[in-house]
Design a protein around this ligand. Structure first.
Ligand code: ARG
Length: 460
């Protein structure tokens, strides 16, 4: 006869190949804390509802605590023949407290059990990601504070466009990460719904109290439909989407760090701790941390697409395919946690080079818009002002000079009413300082943004 927990109807044991193919304990043991917590909540609820005697529930809870201890000190006998974390825990419980351990699974199926464990796990991950994202927002705001007066070329199409403050540029990422946190908070509302009580798929005949289990594991409420409860994996998909977007955001900044660290830009010097050398070219200092992070986005997108594909076309309710939800999530979880931490460390130590940014500013006619605005303020229709400025830029380019180094006489060739005050308008600092409208790159706007972000961080 089969020795499996579910082996009553089986004449023979599982083949070795099949055992290796189907086991999940090698990775789902990561959910041991959640499995024990869910089982304790279930046992207590069974006692409350009179399905178990209260001393039985107490002995089960004590046994589960002992299991937890064994796992935490590394003394737990994980066994592949018991397939997954759930059956390993239950088996050990029964070894510790005797046949009473077998009563724990009353009114429960692994289908609702695994859904609860995984929801608990995903909820903790989302909370951790949001916390780490907040830490990173704090670093962005701190570096922005230091660089309110540092100007660099803002780009569109990766071409120099208009001067911006480095603070404004960095705060753009802080706002992206704030949205990421809010997205995670929102996803959490749908993760924190307990499926326990759905049993295999149809609910149970026992007088369970699913709401009590939900509250005791810190969730807001219990499932509304048992078939949905055991087969829904939207909560994982949403978390993987949150992971994908935050990784996309990180990868955009990675790309900028990589560009900025190139000597042609030279806007940043990489901290030694986050760069590596070349085994053949002694002069090299490579932005490996940023490159790896940019590359790892691919894994996280893959994790999302992988689970979307698993779920597609699955008939109700639980199907073993759903066991394939865990590895993609664990992979994304590891990647997001590590990436947020590495980025916070790297950004904290990045040495910005304001003088190199300043040199770049003077090379790209980034004050051309200012000249057009100057003319428009003197009554020239903007389209014409744009045209006049274009001619002045062509002239300056041929002369190998930035606009601000043309003489007033040279400028007057293009617009006779040009005055000495044009040079004030052409200053890069002026261009930035004048953009104090809401959300603009001007210093007042930047100060307001930082205050808003800090206030938001404090409230969390
Ligand atoms: N290890 C399984 C999983 O992760 C647990 C649920 C198994 N349920 C079943 N009916 N075989 O999906």
């Amino acid at each position: 006869m089969s020795s499996k927990m579910w082996g009553g109807r089986f004449g023979e044991g599982t083949g070795a190949l099949m055992e290796a193919y189907s086991e999940s304990v090698s990775y789902d043991r990561r959910m041991y804390r959640q499995d024990v917590a869910g089982s304790k909540a279930h046992a207590r609820m069974l006692a409350k509802r009179g399905v178990l005697a209260s001393d039985e529930a107490e002995r089960i809870v004590a046994g589960l605590d002992q299991v937890l201890d064994e796992i935490e000190v590394g003394a737990f006998p994980w066994r592949v023949e018991f397939e997954d974390v759930h059956m390993n825990v239950e088996q050990r419980l029964t070894e510790l407290i005797g046949p009473l351990g077998g009563k724990l699974h009353t009114g429960r199926s692994r289908n609702d059990q695994v859904a609860l464990d995984f929801r608990l796990y995903v909820a903790e991950s989302l909370e951790t990601w949001a916390r780490l994202a907040c830490d990173l927002i704090g670093v962005f705001v701190k570096r922005a504070e230091e660089h309110k007066a540092t100007l660099l070329p803002g780009c569109t199409h990766l071409q120099p466009a208009q001067p911006v403050s480095l603070a404004q540029h960095l705060l753009a990422y802080a706002w992206m990460l704030k949205r990421d946190c809010e997205r995670m908070d929102d996803a959490l509302r749908r993760v924190k719904v307990s499926p326990l009580g759905a049993a295999a798929l149809a609910g149970t005949t026992y007088p369970l109290d699913p709401g009590m289990v939900a509250r005791s594991v810190g969730f807001s409420h219990a499932f509304a439909n048992s078939m949905d409860a055991v087969s829904d994996r939207d909560f994982v998909l949403e978390a993987l989407f949150c992971a994908s977007v935050v990784m996309a955001h990180l990868s955009r900044f990675c790309e900028e760090i990589i560009l900025w660290a190139n000597p042609r830009f030279g806007y940043v010097a990489l901290p030694d701790a986050y760069a590596t050398g070349s085994s053949i070219m002694p002069q090299k200092k490579n932005p490996d941390a940023a490159e790896l992070m940019r590359g790892r986005v691919g894994r996280v997108y893959g994790d999302l697409v992988s689970l979307l594909t698993v779920v597609k076309g699955l008939p109700l309710t639980y199907n073993r395919d759903l066991q394939e939800d865990k590895e993609p999530f664990f992979d994304a979880d590891d990647t997001v946690r590590a990436s947020l931490r590495v980025m916070a460390g790297m950004l904290g130590e990045l040495a910005f080079r304001p003088e190199r940014m300043r040199e770049a500013l003077a090379q790209g006619f980034l004050n051309a818009t200012e000249l057009a605005d100057y003319l428009a303020a003197r009554g020239v229709p903007f389209r014409e002002a744009h045209h006049i400025t274009g001619r002045a830029v062509a002239y300056a380019e041929a002369a190998g000079k930035p606009l601000e180094q043309l003489t007033l006489e040279e400028l007057r060739v293009f617009f006779p009413a040009m005055d000495q005050d044009v040079f004030e308008a052409l200053r890069y600092e002026t261009a930035v300082a004048r953009r104090n409208g809401p959300g603009g790159t001007g210093p007042e706007s930047v100060t307001t943004q930082m205050a808003e972000l800090l206030k938001w961080l404090q409230k969390r």
